[in-house]
Every structure is written in structure tokens, then in C-alpha cells.
Design a protein around this ligand. Structure first.
Ligand SMILES: [Zn+2]
Length: 361
């Protein structure tokens, strides 16, 4: 396990002192290691050596690994939540003493989604668990949890991981992932390796990369550019429910780019795009980036208001693609001020003027 030192230290101390509570509630953001910790504790409670995570060698550890330990009961949501029938089944099982040793461990996952009747049925077990039973509950933070449940358990608070640590966990799972890519995913997933893995599975990082490459390679000829952007927008609109995620990733990219411009060359922002960032830095001025970022916000809002996906994508991508290209000549004055002074009308005049020049060449 990586991170989560505080709850783990607490558990290990209780384990070493033989003072385990009868019920623990592991609470925190999704995907930060609550289930892994609960399983490590379950292994410790059943293992002959009583070490956190289990010794891996004793008969109890081997059975647990093969998912055939008779004294490990695992209740995961059927559908969205643990159902009342599952709790009834659990109560039946608890009427008997543990089968293999002197302890039984019950792991109940995502109890925050339990319906009130199931939760109430569980309360009686939590109040007076039969001796020899250890109850481990996990709950994500996205929904409130009944205080009647939380007050009957010892609370173990889990938090998001620092970005670097979340990226480390991610790369253990996906060794082929580039370090900078892992960092970008970890940032987007707000320090939850589990969520970062889910994000990676969408393939959205690869899509973002190809979209930015195509925007960088887009033509200076207005007619060709229009065709290219329309095709790109159609592809993006096909992402459907993943579109907000793409917008988040684009925001992250252009924000990184802006930080790079402010910090000057040599500054390494945590991005997955390396050389592409360099090309992009030459392509989009500070004013263009600022316009792009606000266009992304507008697109996100429009999407939330059910504006047609294709229209949202077309508007956004046209805005990004038609930003005035960076003047290749070095400028004596910082462009920071230039962007602020320009009005919308002036900007488009400049843009049109430049496009005319390019077309004439
Ligand atoms: Zn063992």
C-alpha cells in the first residue's frame, strides 16, 4: 500500500496490541485504497502470523488468496448497493461460530449506497456483533452515510494521495504509462489512483494527443481549415458522455501551456505531451491561450445545458484553430499586456488580416 499512513498506522498499532475494534468504517474518496487496506486487515486478522497484509504462506492466507476462506465474508453491492437480502444472509451466517479459526471477517463495500431498510437491518449486527467477528465497512465520500452506522464503527479517514504518489501507484498497474502521462491522469483524478485508472481506460488521453496534433498541423488555408475542423468536431462529438472529460483534459493541457509561457522555457509542467507542448507553445500566444481557456469553459457550460454536442465541438475547435498564430519575430514588449489591451473586434481584424496575408503567399 502507498500513502494513507495515518489510518494504516492506527490499524497496525491496534493489531500489534491485540486491540482491534469490532467494526471499522474506512471512509474517503473512491479509488484511494480503502478496499486494499480492508483486505490487508482481513488477512492480518485471519493469518496465523497476524501480520498486516497476511504472511502469504500459512493455510489461512492461501485460502484467502484463492477466495475460499470459510471465515471471510465479502459483501459487495449487487447493482448499485448492498441489498437487504444480502444483509439477511449475513445475519444467518453470523449465528454460527467461525469455522476455521477463532475469527471471522466480514467486508461490506460501499455502504454509503445502501438503502435505509438494508442499513437498518445492518445496525443490529453492528450494535452487538457475535464474538469473534470483525466487521470492515468501506464508504466513498460522494454520498452521506447514516450517522447510526458511522457512530457504531471506529472511523478510519482516508484522503486523496499527493499527485506524485498517485502517479506512482498508477504506473505500478500500468508500467507502459509514461511518467508525465501518469502525473496528468493523477491530477485529473484528484489524487485517486482508482479514478485515474478508470480515466485511462477511456482512451481519452490518446484522443486528446491526436486532437492537439491535428490542430497544430491544421492548414492556413481557410477552406481546408474549415473542412479539417468540421471533421475533427464530428469525431469529438462521437465521444458522447466522455466529452466533458475531453474538455477537462484540454483545459489541463492549455493551462499547462499557459504556466509554461509564464515560467519561460525550461519549466516542466506535469504534462504528458513533452515535445508537443513545445510546438504548442510556439503556436499559441498568451492571448490565444487565454481565449482558448475561456472557450473551453463556455463549451463545458453549453454541454451542461444540453446544447448539441456537434455544435459545441465545432464552436470550440474553430475558436482554438483560428487563434492568431504567434509572431515568429522576437517582440520587445511582453505579450501579456498586448492580449489584455486588445478588444474582441481588434483581435478578429488582426486574425483576418493575417489569414489574408497567408492566403496571398
Ligand atoms: Zn498467513
Amino acid at each position: 500500500m502507498v500513502g494513507q499512513e495515518r489510518p494504516l498506522r492506527l490499524l497496525q498499532r491496534a493489531l500489534a496490541g491485540g486491540r482491534l475494534a469490532h467494526a471499522y468504517l474506512l471512509r474517503g474518496p473512491e479509488g484511494v485504497g480503502k478496499r486494499t487496506a480492508a483486505r490487508a486487515l482481513a488477512a492480518a486478522a485471519l493469518c496465523r502470523e497476524a501480520v498486516f497484509g497476511g504472511c502469504g504462506l500459512c493455510p489461512a492466507c492461501r485460502k484467502l488468496r484463492q477466495s475460499v476462506h470459510p471465515d471471510f465474508v465479502h459483501l459487495a453491492p449487487q447493482g448499485t448497493a448492498i441489498k437487504i437480502d444480502q444483509i439477511r444472509g449475513l445475519k444467518d451466517a453470523l449465528r454460527f461460530a467461525p469455522l476455521a479459526g477463532d475469527r471471522r471477517v466480514v467486508l461490506l463495500e460501499r455502504v454509503q449506497a445502501m438503502r435505509p431498510e438494508a442499513a437498518n437491518s445492518l445496525l443490529k449486527v453492528l450494535e452487538e456483533p457475535p464474538p469473534g467477528n470483525l466487521l470492515l465497512l468501506t464508504a466513498d465520500e460522494n454520498e452521506p452515510i447514516l450517522s447510526t452506522i458511522s457512530s457504531r464503527c471506529q472511523l478510519l479517514a482516508f484522503g486523496p494521495l499527493p499527485r506524485e504518489l498517485a502517479a506512482l501507484v498508477l504506473r505500478r498497474e500500468l508500467p507502459e504509462l509514461h511518467e508525465a502521462e501518469a502525473l496528468a491522469l493523477a491530477a485529473l483524478a484528484e489524487g485517486s489512483p482508482g479514478r485515474a485508472l478508470a480515466l485511462h481506460a477511456t482512451g481519452m488521453l490518446a484522443f486528446r494527443r491526436s486532437l492537439i496534433e491535428r490542430l497544430l498541423d491544421s492548414s492556413d488555408n481557410q477552406a481546408v481549415l474549415t473542412r479539417e475542423v468540421l471533421a475533427l468536431a464530428a469525431e469529438a462529438a462521437e465521444l458522447k458522455e466522455h466529452l466533458p472529460l475531453l474538455f477537462d483534459l484540454l483545459r489541463l493541457f492549455f493551462r499547462d501551456l499557459m504556466v509554461r509561457r509564464l515560467a519561460g522555457p525550461g519549466f516542466e509542467a506535469g504534462s504528458d505531451l513533452g515535445p508537443l507542448l513545445e510546438r504548442a507553445r510556439e503556436r499559441w500566444s498568451f492571448a490565444a491561450l487565454s481565449a482558448t481557456l475561456s472557450a473551453i469553459d463556455t463549451a463545458s457550460r453549453a454541454l451542461a445545458q444540453n446544447v448539441t454536442r456537434t455544435l459545441v465541438c465545432e464552436t470550440l475547435l474553430f475558436t482554438i484553430a483560428s487563434q492568431k498564430k504567434e509572431d515568429p519575430l522576437p517582440r520587445p514588449s511582453p505579450e501579456y499586456g498586448r492580449g489584455e489591451k486588445e478588444t474582441r473586434g481588434q483581435k478578429s481584424e488582426i486574425r483576418e488580416g493575417r489569414r489574408g496575408q497567408v492566403a496571398a503567399q
